[in-house]
Design a binder for this molecule. Structure first.
Ligand code: SAH
Length: 395
């Protein structure tokens, strides 16, 4: 493998790509070894069919330009200038950035261009110390399988003077079909997005597809940022599920329904129930199911995953396979207990935090489950993060 180690002029100050100086093949080896180390006694035990040497890592062929979502804070500079870029590590000082090698190269120029257009239109950047000014942040997302993009302009107020002109000028110069949304955040908080959004240009949503399923993505939808590796991750999850026609899959912590809908698309005759606690995401999932002709086989419930599965009303014996993809905190014992008590024969655990996954797998193994395989997926090259997919079956 001949990877040239890339360099970035602001790597030290930005801190986003902590491992940038480490050659990519060594990054992959380190991530794999860290996961194997964390799981070693389990992999060496009778509770695992996979030995440490069976744990593979799926890396990227070209580990750059992988992030299809980029954001910038804005702050006022001298004479109406608007600063954009990244926060310097541990501070709220903005370091300008002309190009970020982790991002889709179309992203950063759109954000910087927006600052220039706003200066021309005399729109003021938000001053977080004084709580004054209009433009707080911008977030742009670009399609991987589509030529669509969505720019979210976060403002400290409802009325953005020249908002339409701003949107049109930025979209005009963008190298893809860009829809622009205004999001209003009037709270004094570090959270980027506020509660309400309205379209400034175009439909206010964009589309992308994964494994042949098209997803509509709005300004607040959760959607993985590295689509190429997301496909690898989902494929592993679907393969690990070994679904057969007629079976029912529970997609727990399902977000906008991506894993479940990809599974329904991949295996004819499989039914999916997704459970997710964010109402907007559930609405997206339902719409995505219908738009892909999967509405008859996929249904989504807005609930806490544990409460849903532990509540016997929900016919919890009806699931053949459970896929779960919880946040960094992992699942709860009550959720895992309910999984175990349900009739399901297989569990596929997708994780963005191997530490909590290890804890949760210990619990399942204690209840007699067998670890069949463990695979690492590199979703965030040049960082220390690792995602993992574990497939288990009932003994
Ligand atoms: N599988 C999806 C989403 C994974 S992110 C994807 O790949 O896109 C984890 C999701 O779990 C988030 O959407 C979050 O809102 C949801 N979540 C977190 N805690 C939850 C809980 N207790 N019950 C149900 N959903 C939860």
């Amino acid at each position: 493998m001949g990877f040239a180690t890339p360099t970035c002029p602001i790597a030290k100050r930005c801190g986003g790509c902590e491992w940038l100086a480490v050659p990519y093949p060594i990054q992959l080896r380190r991530k794999r070894e860290a996961v194997v180390g964390l799981f070693s006694d389990l992999l060496d035990s009778g509770a695992s069919e996979a030995a440490p040497g069976d744990v593979a890592i799926v890396g990227m062929e070209a580990p750059r330009g992988y992030r299809h979502k980029a954001a910038t804070p804005f702050s006022p500079g001298k004479g109406g200038m608007i600063r954009s870029g990244f926060y310097e590590r541990g501070t709220h000082r903005i370091v300008p950035c002309a190009a970020c090698l982790a991002e889709d190269p179309r992203c950063r120029p759109i954000l910087n261009d927006m600052a220039r257009v706003a200066e021309r239109l005399k729109i003021r950047a938000y001053d977080e110390d004084k709580g004054r000014g209009m433009l707080r942040h911008a977030v742009v997302r670009t399609g991987w399988r589509t030529e669509e993009g969505l720019l979210t302009v976060v403002t400290n107020g409802n009325t953005l003077a020249h908002g339409r002109e701003l949107a049109e000028a930025v979209a005009e110069a963008a190298p893809l079909r860009l829809s622009v949304v205004q999001n209003i955040n009037q709270r004094r908080t570090n959270a980027i997005l506020g509660p309400t959004s309205k379209p400034l240009l175009g439909p206010g949503v964009m589309h992308d597809s994964l494994l042949g399923v098209t997803f509509e993505i709005g300004p607040t939808s959760f959607y993985q940022t590295n689509p190429e590796q997301t496909e690898a991750l989902y494929r592993l999850a679907i393969d690990g599920a070994r679904l057969e026609p007629g079976q029912t899959l529970l997609d727990a912590y399902c977000g906008i329904g991506t894993i479940g809908l990809c599974a329904a698309k991949a295996v004819d005759g499989v039914s999916v129930v997704g459970v997710e606690r964010v109402e907007g995401a559930v609405a997206d999932a339902r719409r995505n199911a219908r738009a892909n002709g999967l509405g008859g086989r996929a249904r989504f419930v807005c609930a806490d995953a544990t409460a849903y599965l532990a509540d016997s009303k929900h016919n919890r014996t009806g699931f053949d396979v459970v896929v779960l993809d919880p946040p960094r905190a992992g699942a709860t014992e009550a959720f895992l207990s309910a999984c175990d008590a349900s009739g399901c024969g297989r569990i596929v655990y997708v994780s963005c935090n191997p530490v909590t996954q290890r804890r949760d797998l210990d619990f399942l193994v204690g209840r007699g489950w067998l670890l069949e395989s463990l695979t690492v997926v590199d979703m965030f090259p040049h960082t220390k993060h690792a995602e993992t997919v574990a497939a288990l079956r009932r003994r």
